[in-house]
Structure formats: C-alpha cells, structure tokens
Design a protein around this ligand. Structure first.
Ligand code: GLU
Ligand code: MG
Length: 443
C-alpha cells in the first residue's frame, strides 16, 4: 500500500522586477542543494511585463533568450505559519538574474543595486544604511477609522500582531505598526539594513504584509492612491551614509542644519537629478496623483528640515535617551511609492547622490517653508524646481538626463522605456477615479 500524501514544502527563487512585482519559480525545499549554484531558468521578456500583465510589444527581447535566476542564500526568508493554520510556509530566496554562463544580466535591478553599493565601497569608502517605510490601506471591515486612534489600532490589531510576528520570523526586524491619517490606512516601519539587504527587506515587508492579508481574507493595497479622495500611501526611504567601520558621515554639528559637506553634495545630487529620478521612484500614472502640494509627499525638488512637504527631509533627532545625534541623523527621501521597484529606485537614488559627490554639487534648494507657498522668484533664487506632473514628463526628464542615461545599463533602460510607454497607452483612457481603482487592485 502506498503512503498517504501530504503537500511538499516549496521554496521559491524570486526576482523583484523593474515594476516592483516579485516573481519566481518554486521547487521542493529538500532539493534546494540542486539549485544553489546554477539557480533556475528565467526568461528575458519577463522583465518587460507591465503592471497590466502584458509584455511590452517593443521590448528588446521578444521570444528569444534564456537566463538563470541564481539564489543569494543569505537573503532567504522563511515564515512557517500564520493566521491560517493550513497555509503552506512562505519560503523564498532573492536571486540575481544572470546569463546562462553566469555573467550578470544587464537588466537585473538587484545586480544594478549591488554594483552601485560596490562603487560606494570601492570609490568613496562608504556603505549605505537604509530603511523603507510603507503605508498601505487595509480593509479591516470597520466602518470608521479615526486618524492615529487607539480604536483604529485595535481594528487592525489582529492583523498587525500577526504581521509583526511574521516579519520577525522572516528576519525583517519590524519596528512599528501604526494607524495613519487616512481611512483604513496603516504604516509599517522596520530597522535599517546595509546595502542590497535594505531593498530586499522592502520586498520582504510588502510580500509578508500581503501574505498575512491573504491568510486573513482581508483586502490590502500599497498603491499610492486607492480612491479619488483618499489620503495617499507613500514609501519613504531613510538613508544614512557611513564609513566602512559603520561611523555615520552625513552629520556635522558645526553646520546650520547638521548636514556635513559630503551629505550636502549627496543631497544636492539627489535634488539635481530628482525630476528624472521620479521615472523610477514614482513610476506609474497614479504616482502623480500623490506627488501634489499639500499631500505631505513631495511636489518640488527641495530639502527641508523636518518639513514633510520636502522631497528630502532631514529627520528629527532626539536628545532624550542620550543616543548620539550622528547615529540618529538621516535623510528621508519622500518622492517614492510602492509601485516602484525597491532595488531599481534605491540604485537610481544612490547613483544621483554619488554624481552629486563626484561633481561637488552645491546644495541651494533648501526651505523650511511649504515649497508651494513660495513664489516663483523665491523658488528660482534657490533653484527649487517643480517635480514632473505626469509619468510621461518624468520619462522625458530621464531621456534628457545624459548623466543618468550614461550611468544605467542600456538593456535595462530600453526595457524600462518600452514597458512604461506601453503602460501609458494601456491607461490613457482611465479617469482619475478609475486610475485609483485600477492601481489599487494591481499593487
Ligand atoms: N501619506 C503621506 C505620503 O503619501 C506621508 C505621511 C507621513 O508623513 O507619514 O507620503
Ligand atoms: Mg506615515
């Protein structure tokens, strides 16, 4: 008599692609050894998928080519159980896309980020400590949601408790689960990680959050705007540059706002390239419904101290508790949302900051006012420019940014422009309300 069957545990090698969707292939966990070195198969045109699940017709790959998805074993995430006792374990490993002979593949966003992190190390002697904060809408079924209230916290508490537990099990080091300003809006924050692990961690937060919602049968969306009058969901990326011994280098107590000379060049680079960077950090038509004045997101390229309307914010430090100011000091990039690929967006941001350091760019675009309340003359005097008002404008800014185009692999750029152009065509007929509804389902 044959033995009774039970489901085999599976492990998945994943890549989070240019549009921030995590995809991959699974195999029986007890066969992991066989996939460690050469990974599993992958297809170039997969990277040209639009969020609408249609492969962009003008992509460089078509029906040709074969790749490998090679696991980075140090990035494995395993969450054995959750609120649904019958749900299979969540077990995945981030991978890099390679040619079949092992050479890195030009359009892999994780490879791009790793290369940039290595440049910081080799050319600047720096490492990057970073954390992504995520806001999202959770349909807890409750009729009301009072902003920041204990009641809203309690409405989400069953979900939040499982989420924190699963994030911990997955090695994510969660910090806080909190009710936000919007209806049914929550936020999850986690501790920073170094280099590529920071972007992997952002993916882990998104996927584990989705997994818990799926197991509990709750609707969830990270999309930047889920309904026409909804408060927006942002992704904020906190960055602290450190020397290779882990000492922070962005803080200097002797400057007016605490930003060191190196930090100023870095911030100036980010702000200088920001209109073009938006093509990666705010990469969908719906992103531009969020990048508006008075949304606490960002609509101008400027830095502000504790200013939530600034694209780059110098975060508060606290003297309570006696922790060193330098260790707390960090810059928060706010012109990002969860339709962005964490690896691609972080890599592009780092490239812009590095260019700022290399070109010794001066930081003038500073204001602690709401940038929208300044008049055009005041903004011009400080070099504060408006961010693009649409994805197509952001893509034009990217096309016209010689330095960024030169810094990015052409295979990645060609694929990206093809898929974003297709996405614009696929969504051009949608009204603002329909656009919200459409992307709320996709992200
Ligand atoms: N919801 C805002 C955004 O879209 C951020 C609010 C906050 O500062 O937490 O980015
Ligand atoms: Mg928030």
């Amino acid at each position: 008599m044959s033995e009774r069957l039970s489901p085999l545990p599976m492990t998945t090698i994943v890549t989070t692609d240019l549009i921030g969707v995590t995809r991959g292939r699974s195999f029986p966990t007890d066969e992991l050894d066989a996939y460690q070195v050469a990974g599993c198969g992958w297809v170039p045109a997969n990277s040209a998928l639009t969020p609408q699940d249609i492969i962009a017709s003008s992509n460089p790959w078509g029906a040709y080519g074969d790749l490998r998805l090679v696991p980075d074993l140090s990035s494995r995430v395993t969450v054995n159980n959750g609120p649904d006792a019958d749900a299979p374990a969540l077990d995945f490993i981030h991978g890099d896309i390679r040619e079949t002979d092992g050479r890195p593949w030009g359009a892999c966003p994780r490879t791009l980020l790793r290369n940039e992190v290595e440049r910081y190390r080799d050319e600047l002697g720096l490492q990057i400590n970073a954390a992504f904060e995520h806001e999202f809408n959770l349909d807890s079924g409750a009729a009301e949601h009072l902003a920041f209230s204990l009641e809203a916290q309690r409405q989400g508490a069953g979900f939040g408790g499982w989420l924190l537990s699963a994030l911990r099990a997955g090695g994510v080091e969660p910090e806080m689960f909190l009710p936000e300003y919007g209806k049914h809006q929550y936020e999850i924050t986690c501790r920073p990680a170094l280099g590529v692990a920071a972007a992997d961690r952002a993916v882990n937060v998104r996927e584990i959050t989705r997994e818990i919602a799926r197991q509990m049968g709750l609707g969830l969306s990270f999309a930047p705007k889920t309904a026409e009058h909804a408060v927006c969901n942002g992704v904020h990326l906190h960055v602290s540059l450190q020397d290779m011994a882990g000492q922070p280098v962005m803080y200097d107590a002797d400057t007016a706002n605490g930003l060191s000379t190196l930090g100023q060049h870095w911030a100036a680079g980010v702000l200088h390239y920001l209109p073009a960077l938006c093509a990666f950090t705010a990469p969908t038509p719906i992103s531009y419904e969020r990048l508006q004045p008075h949304h606490w997101s960002a609509s101008y390229a400027c830095l502000g101290q504790r200013n939530r309307e600034a694209a780059l914010r110098i975060c508060p430090t606290v003297s309570l508790g006696g922790k060193s100011v330098a260790m707390q000091y960090n810059l928060e990039f706010r012109a990002m949302d969860a339709t962005a690929s964490p690896h691609l967006a972080m890599a592009a941001l780092l490239i812009a900051g590095r260019l700022g350091i290399e070109q010794r760019l001066a930081l003038n675009a500073i204001t602690d006012e709401i940038p929208d309340s300044l008049n055009e003359e005041q903004r011009q005097a400080r070099g504060i420019v408006a961010l693009p008002a649409s994805l197509s404008r952001a893509l034009d800014c990217l096309r016209n940014s010689e330095a960024l185009i030169e810094a990015l692999p052409s295979a990645l750029l060609d694929t990206y422009f093809a898929l974003k152009t297709e996405e614009l065509t696929l969504t051009e007929q949608l009204s603002p309300a329909d656009l919200c509804e459409h992307y709320a389902r996709l992200y």
